[in-house]
Design a protein around this ligand. Structure first.
Ligand code: FAD
Length: 245
């Protein structure tokens, strides 16, 4: 596997709008970290070794437990061709909320307790809206990376920590919400999310946000069928998921 450089940075002193610091997101001493060049470099680094063993674009539909083996039945998502593979053992990492739609034969391959944990594991919603502006106007206001946390519906705004001081466009994670704070956003279409995000940002940065606006995009994990949300363990559910339960 190739070496992946990891960048670390220290968030700058919080600006005046900041009310809370999500310290659980930071590493030791308040430092954050990132993989230089993008997080997708991590899975891509495994590709040279694993590429012949990976079957992309296959949706698992059914899992059949035999006496000494397991068969996975899948469908190719583009050409719709059925596919199956049998192995001694299978490790399933499909999110539990989706696993409930996968047929399990026989159903009692999993204990009632395990089905209960699969049903009840809490996944928290999250919504992010990113906006590209023509210039990095926030740097003129003293935001060099860092974030603004407010009680506006956008809640959490993160300024880019790369390319500080450069001219030209910059992208801001204009709104980041999770748990109940996602609810006002999840019911909106992408266009409306941009509209209201800009409106909220204008409260912080003024009308310049409209003049500087270039484009934007938004993603609601609640509405994304393949990878729905944060998994938040509650009520000791993880103890029900252990191999011998
Ligand atoms: C907005 C957001 C921000 C987050 N920020 C952080 C963070 O800063 N730090 C952190 O540690 N964690 C963070 N998390 C949590 C982290 O992303 C998840 O815990 C992690 O991705 C879970 O990994 P996973 O492999 O279990 O599931 P996923 O990453 O959801 O992967 C599940 C995979 O299963 C595939 N799949 C689904 N259905 C099928 C099917 N029927 N057949 C075959 N494949 C299927 C999907 O395509 C997907 O590739 C964040 C999550 C969100 C939503």
């Amino acid at each position: 596997m190739t070496d992946i450089p990891v960048l670390t940075y220290s968030p700058l002193p919080p600006n005046k709008m900041e009310l809370t610091a999500p310290s659980s997101w930071r590493g030791e001493n308040g430092k954050g970290g990132e993989i230089a060049g993008g997080n997708d470099r991590l899975p891509k680094a495994f590709l040279p070794k694993l590429k012949d063993e990976i079957f992309f674009s296959h949706k698992v539909q059914k899992i059949v437990q035999h006496e000494n083996s397991v068969t996975i039945h899948a469908t190719h998502t583009k050409i719709l061709q059925p596919f199956q593979i049998t192995a001694d053992r299978v490790i399933i990492t499909i999110p539990f909320s989706i696993l409930q739609f996968v047929e399990m034969e026989p159903r009692h391959s999993f204990s009632e307790n395990k089905w209960k944990a699969i049903r009840e594991l809490h996944y928290a919603g999250s919504t992010k809206t990113g906006i590209q502006f023509k210039t990095r106007f926030w740097e003129k206001e003293g935001m060099f990376g860092g974030k603004t946390v407010s009680d506006l519906p956008i809640r959490y705004t993160q300024y880019p920590s790369q390319g500080i001081g450069t001219t030209g466009p910059g992208v801001v994670l204009a709104s980041y919400t999770w748990e109940d704070d996602t609810i006002p956003w999840d019911s909106l279409g992408d266009g409306e999310r941009l509209e209201y995000t800009l409106k909220n940002l204008a409260v912080i940065h003024g009308e310049q946000v409209y003049r500087e606006f270039e484009t934007g995009t938004s993603h609601s994990w609640v509405r994304y069928r393949l990878s729905p949300r944060f998994c938040v363990k509650r009520n000791g559910k993880s103890s029900l998921i252990s191999p011998n339960r």
